[in-house]
Ligand binder design. Structure first.
Ligand SMILES: [Mg+2]
Length: 212
């Protein structure tokens, strides 16, 4: 018997990268597009890489920028030894998998960026990328969610994320929404978005709900 399918956001949900992604993208936009400080004042919370790139570089060729971005991100991640999943994440992922859950990603990261980030913290192998959604699937998180939904088929889904955008993405595809307010995003705004459950962290205590 197969367990439930659960799709996770990455940044602010599974891990914090202390601005590594933003810096890598900023460097790439400067090198390839000649734009300095292009990301100043742009919030990445709940944003998609594709949406940010469209906003900053509308009309520009994005493929070479993404190529430089992943190079910078890979180097930056390799240079640090303090990157780790947020507390409680690994035991929860492993317990879910042991009980037959299928774990995927619903993320605003470009695919290779997601692979680099999760690889850097040693949890890439927990996820099935063939049932996941990435920035290549759309500019809005709802579009990415729709692509992931198509890959997952019609089974019940749960989406786990840390922003209002994650909750909206879940709603868009008829999935349950678990919102996690680690303290980086306003818990009030998350509550107002109407998730099925709002928690202040991830851990084994969520197993019954996630498997139910
Ligand atoms: Mg997030």
């Amino acid at each position: 018997m197969s367990g439930p399918t659960i799709l996770f956001d990455i940044d602010g949900t599974l891990v914090r990268f202390h601005g590594l992604g933003r810096r890598a993208m900023s460097l790439a936009m400067e090198e390839v597009w000649g734009l300095r400080g292009a990301l100043e004042g742009i919030s990445f919370a709940g944003a998609t890489d594709s949406g940010v790139a469209l906003r900053v570089g509308a009309g520009r060729d994005r493929a070479p920028m993404w190529s430089r971005y992943v190079d910078h991100l890979r180097k930056a991640a390799a240079a640090r030894d303090d990157l780790a999943p947020l507390e409680g994440v690994v035991p929860l992922l492993d317990a879910l998998r042991e009980r037959g859950a299928r774990l995927g990603l619903l993320t605003g990261n470009v695919r290779e960026g997601a692979r680099i980030k999760l690889g850097a913290i040693g949890i890439l192998d927990r996820f099935d990328l063939s049932i996941s959604g990435f920035a290549e699937d759309g500019v809005e998180r709802t579009e990415i969610a729709a692509a992931a939904r198509q890959r997952c088929g019609g089974m019940p889904l749960t989406v786990v994320g840390d922003t209002v955008a994650d909750v909206r993405g879940a709603r868009h595809i008829g999935a349950r929404a678990l919102a996690v307010a680690w303290g980086f995003e306003e818990a009030d705004a998350l509550a107002a978005a109407g998730p099925d459950r709002l928690v202040s962290g991830l851990g084994l205590e969520l197993l019954p709900w996630l498997l139910g």
